[in-house]
Design a protein around this ligand. Structure first.
Ligand SMILES: CCCCCCCCCCCCCC(=O)SCCNC(=O)CCNC(=O)[C@H](O)C(C)(C)COP(=O)(O)OP(=O)(O)OC[C@H]1O[C@@H](n2cnc3c(N)ncnc32)[C@H](O)[C@@H]1OP(=O)(O)O
Length: 146
């Protein structure tokens, strides 16, 4: 829904991992409007959830969002390329404390913090849908197990 390239209705987020951080960009348009000219807060929250979730990749821990807070610091204007950055602040057993920012230039538009919980990949098997093949080894290098 947010960054999946197989979904033509995605929010257009692109991300990459640099060291232990996730960096990316997003350019929202009128499809994502709340008030005219401004991004819907729910779109920003979805972007934040996905962005923070991407940190699970450099952490090499499969996980799910248990709780997330998004602080909206400044209006997010449509039609501007915004920068994304997320990182893991702290690991406490299965609890993964993530933080991230959505920025327009020097302005932090939104900041987020979330608690993700480390789960086994089998967590997603209950849906009955096939998992992406590359998820098979996800978590293999983690120094703790869910
Ligand atoms: C290589 C592959 C790449 C793939 C890339 C993919 C990127 C994807 C990016 C997409 C990203 C999109 C992301 C999405 O959209 S994820 C989708 C949205 N999230 C969910 O569906 C999660 C639903 N919830 C659950 O499944 C369970 O409740 C979980 C698994 C989270 C915990 O149930 P479980 O039975 O396993 O564990 P537990 O209940 O013993 O809890 C364990 C500990 O955690 C603490 N706790 C739990 N909840 C909360 C809470 N709300 N606030 C504070 N604390 C909480 C709890 O007190 C306990 O602490 P302690 O008592 O031990 O101290």
């Amino acid at each position: 829904m947010v960054c999946g390239t197989a979904n033509s209705a995605n929010l257009g987020v692109t991300v990459h991992v640099e060291d232990d951080r996730v960096l990316g960009t997003v350019l929202l348009d009128t499809r994502h409007a709340g008030a005219p000219g401004f991004a819907h807060g729910g779109a920003l929250a979805a972007i934040m959830d996905d962005l923070l979730g991407q940190v699970l990749i450099p952490l090499d821990r499969p996980g799910v969002t248990a709780t997330m807070t998004v602080d909206f610091h400044a209006p997010a204007l449509l039609g501007r390329t915004m920068d994304l950055e997320a990182w893991c602040e702290r690991v406490d057993g299965r609890k993964l404390h993530m933080r991230g920012e959505i920025r327009d230039g020097e302005t932090v538009v939104a900041s987020g913090s979330a608690l993700f919980i480390h789960v086994d990949v089998s967590h997603w098997e209950t849906s009955g849908h096939a998992l992406p093949p590359h998820w098979a080894g996800w978590g293999a290098t983690a120094d703790s197990k869910p």
